[in-house]
Design a protein around this ligand. Sequence first.
Ligand SMILES: [Zn+2]
Length: 303
Amino acid sequence: MKTIRLTVSLMCLISSLAFAKLKIVTTTQDMAALAREVGGDRIDILPITKGYQDPHFVDAKPSYLLKLRSADLLIVVGRELEVGWLPPLLTNARNSRILPGGPGFLDASEGCDVLQKPAGQIDRSMGDIHPFGNPHYWLDPENGRIIARNIARKLSEIDPDPQKTYEENLRRFESALDEKETQWKALAAPLRGMAAITYHNSLPNFAKAFGIRIVNHVEPKPGVPPSPVHMQELITQIRKEKIPVLLIEPYFDDRLPMKIAHQTGAKMLVFPPSVGGVEGVNTYFELFDYDLKLLKSALGEKP
Ligand SMILES: [Zn+2]
């Protein structure tokens, strides 16, 4: 009996050594979801922020330091999305592998279609503007494809993969994405040209991908809460242009948007821009399924 138990535990030890998983930390759940598609069970993933949290402002727990210290790879959204909280964490983690430029660092935005790169000088008066373009670029499925390719390339670089698992997983992801994109296109057809107001400037890529018009934001400038004057401007605009929806990211206070909706008859929708933003949205595909169906139902269309 003892020998059996010993043999079993030895076998477990050997197999865990043989399949030591790559330790990956991502800054957001979206990056974790895409890394999961490509890495499958060869990797362990920890996202620092959850989809229901504002990725610009995170109170990162000290426990993440330990995870960063032993990580093989850090995947960031980049374009300064994490500039407010990641640099001090990285300094304290003391893991040179995962510093920008290191072998275990990946900026997922490489090669993506990033919108709204400001031309000319930027200054504080413009609010929390992103000098390297809008960092919410993962909300275009074609950018999701590029992110997945970036991850696959990086994983193959740092983890010799004779079975070509990453390549194979990427191929499977891309063909599933092709299929999904056809479905989403059909789903989004009645939404083309639809006007919407978003709380933060989170959706330019989503809007471009699906033909939606974002005409204003509840924040007058990124990171700046609405003033009474701006509120009144929004109310006037919604009435005049008959804007049907206000899209609010799950991490913003919805009291003011609710007031606007109440006064204008526009629908206020909690619109997750990230995997994990609401219950039931656990994969990259589920994020677009959910958001497109939500918009359709707001227009009174059957999802
Ligand atoms: Zn932003």
